[in-house]
Design a protein around this ligand. Structure first.
Ligand code: ADP
Ligand code: MG
Length: 332
């Protein structure tokens, strides 16, 4: 009741970064400690997510990309836990509908891997043995090619889409502990460049230093707040006077239990309080909400990006108090 419970149709895959997000989330759900994202032509030709997770067992091959197939409902019968965001079985089926999907996978129980090809309705049309370590590779070619308008849009905005993807991968790089991330792009001339590479071994602090550098880290103030029912917020905010003049989403990151989400109201609140003292700047904000199962009442939108707390008013009030302690200590 009340928790992560909106199973509704509608578009799950809005753009390149939401497509990659679904695949990376699947890799994390599969327990991967190494995730590689390989793009061709900034994702327009293809993108691939390669992990060393648990793999997919053969009895799931046929149903894998069918709408509403998920292996996760049975693992989380009451959906009370936000430890996994993958629970609707719509990502792979949506990706099939929007591009050409193949999967290579192997569990520890198989001696060899299997290469699977799906058609646009998610039906498994080809299955053959191949060599691979335990884990899964999902490849999507020609995303949106079957939607001419979207496809043109994708082509026209490819740099912007790519930038948005890098921001998303930075979010994973910041929050992931013990997960190595590698992102590369190969251009039409077969020139491969590494876009992002992390060791994923550290704390949030170490990860911030990896992603943004030591100079940036020294401008940050740690944040720790208890918000209702055992939920906590941990993170870092710019010290007063150390913000940046840009209001780009690429310096504000919100997470729930280590998964990136959008929190426009929290972002607005922290900007407002910061700007009270620094009229033209915006703070860096990195906040992870820890929400133990059955504690806070949480819901997510269909694209799994926006989070709603049922007791939002009280949570925003507690956050405001915490932000004021940093940004206007005399009033707090
Ligand atoms: P959901 O994540 O909501 O269950 P998806 O369409 O994203 O649905 O994936 C369907 C199913 O495919 C998952 O439930 C899981 O069993 C399997 N799967 C997808 N990607 C992976 C992966 N990288 N590793 C292991 N299993 C995966
Ligand atoms: Mg999923």
């Amino acid at each position: 009741k009340g928790v992560v419970h909106r199973i509704c149709a509608g578009q799950v895959i809005l753009d390149l970064s939401s497509a990659v997000k679904e695949l990376v989330e699947n890799s994390l759900d599969a327990g991967a400690t190494s995730i590689e994202i390989a793009l061709k032509d900034y994702g327009e030709e293809s993108f691939q997510v390669i992990d060393n997770g648990c793999g997919i067992s053969p009895n799931n091959f046929k149903v894998l990309a069918l709408k509403h197939h998920t292996s996760k409902l049975s693992d989380f019968p009451d959906l009370q836990s936000l430890t996994t965001f993958g629970f609707r079985g719509e990502a792979l089926s949506s990706l099939c509908a929007l591009g050409d999907l193949t999967v290579e996978t192997r569990t520890k129980n198989e001696a060899v891997a299997t290469h699977l090809t799906f058609d646009h309705s998610g039906v498994l049309v080809d299955e053959r043995k191949t060599a691979r370590q335990v884990g899964t590779t999902v490849t999507v070619k020609k995303l949106f090619s079957r939607l001419p308008v979207r496809s043109k849009e994708f082509h026209r905005n490819i740099r912007k889409e790519f930038g948005k993807l890098i921001t998303l991968l930075n979010a994973y790089a910041l929050i992931s502990k013990g997960v190595r991330l590698l992102c590369s792009n190969t251009t039409g001339r077969n020139v491969k460049s590494v876009v992002l590479k992390t060791q994923g071994s550290g704390s949030l602090k170490d990860n911030i230093i990896t992603v943004f550098g030591m100079n940036t880290f020294t401008c940050l103030e740690p944040l720790q707040v208890n918000i209702l029912d055992g939920c906590t917020v941990d993170g870092f905010l710019s010290k007063p006077g150390y913000g940046s003049g840009r209001n780009l989403g690429d310096r504000q990151f919100f997470f729930v239990n280590g998964r990136p989400v959008d929190m426009p109201k929290v972002g607005k609140l922290v900007n407002e309080l910061y700007r009270g003292a620094n009229s033209r700047q915006y703070p860096i904000a990195i906040m992870n909400f820890s929400v133990p199962p059955r504690a806070c009442d949480v819901n997510v939108t269909p694209d799994k990006r926006k989070i709603f707390f049922s007791d939002e008013g009280s949570i925003l009030r507690l956050l405001r108090e915490a932000f004021e302690k940093i940004y206007s200590p005399n009033q707090a």
